[in-house]
Ligand binder design. Structure first.
Ligand code: QAP
Ligand code: CO
Length: 165
């Protein structure tokens, strides 16, 4: 296993659409294992492949009261009409948080580590995490869902980073 370098907001790879995996190879499983290790090392609860510089559609999640999970080629097949607000963060925008409104309940379909399709109904933190991570696969960062406040947050992050170099 290996720790991977986490890409930060400002790097172009976070703004591109990731490509479908289709075939779950040993290489894909190795990437997922390294992503899980990297996420745990950084004390995160979700990490998408573009956040380690890989434009493939997969992410790992480990939220309290659920086992660690791998989602490959995920698709949200249902979104409830009820929404909720929650203060989100992101390993690619360390030190910044912001309130994001999202659907509370979703049904997601994805491939597991064996390449088998599964379906999962989620609400609460797991639902939020899945939606946040699928956004990464489409080049979307949580501040993009916060209107003007989000634009300010990104400007602040980029300005802060430039000072440090
Ligand atoms: C996405 O976020 C998420 O700023 C995963 O200094 C967010 O793991 C899912 C983190 C909200 C559900 C709800 C952020 C770690 C981790 C930081 C993360 C930081 C250190 C964020
Ligand atoms: Co994130």
């Amino acid at each position: 296993m290996a720790l991977l370098k986490i890409t930060l907001c400002g790097e172009p790879v976070l703004r591109q659409r990731a490509k479908a995996v289709h075939k779950v190879t040993r290489e894909v499983r190795k990437l997922a294992a390294d992503m899980l290790e990297t996420m745990r090392d950084s004390r995160g609860i979700g990490l998408a492949a573009p956040q380690v510089g890989v434009l493939k559609r997969l992410f790992v999640a480990e939220v309290p009261e659920h086992p660690a999970m791998l989602f490959i080629d995920p698709e949200i097949v249902f979104m409830g009409s009820e929404t909720s607000a929650y203060k989100e963060g992101c390993l690619s925008i360390p030190g910044f948080e912001g309130e994001v409104v999202r659907p509370e309940r979703i049904i997601v379909q994805a491939l597991d580590e064996k390449g088998e399709r599964f379906q999962l109904e989620a609400s609460g933190l797991l639902s939020r995490c899945i939606q946040h991570e699928i956004d990464h696969l489409d080049g979307i960062l949580f501040p993009d869902r916060m209107g003007e406040a989000g634009k300010a947050l990104i400007r602040e992050f980029l300005a802060g980073r430039r000072k440090v170099g």
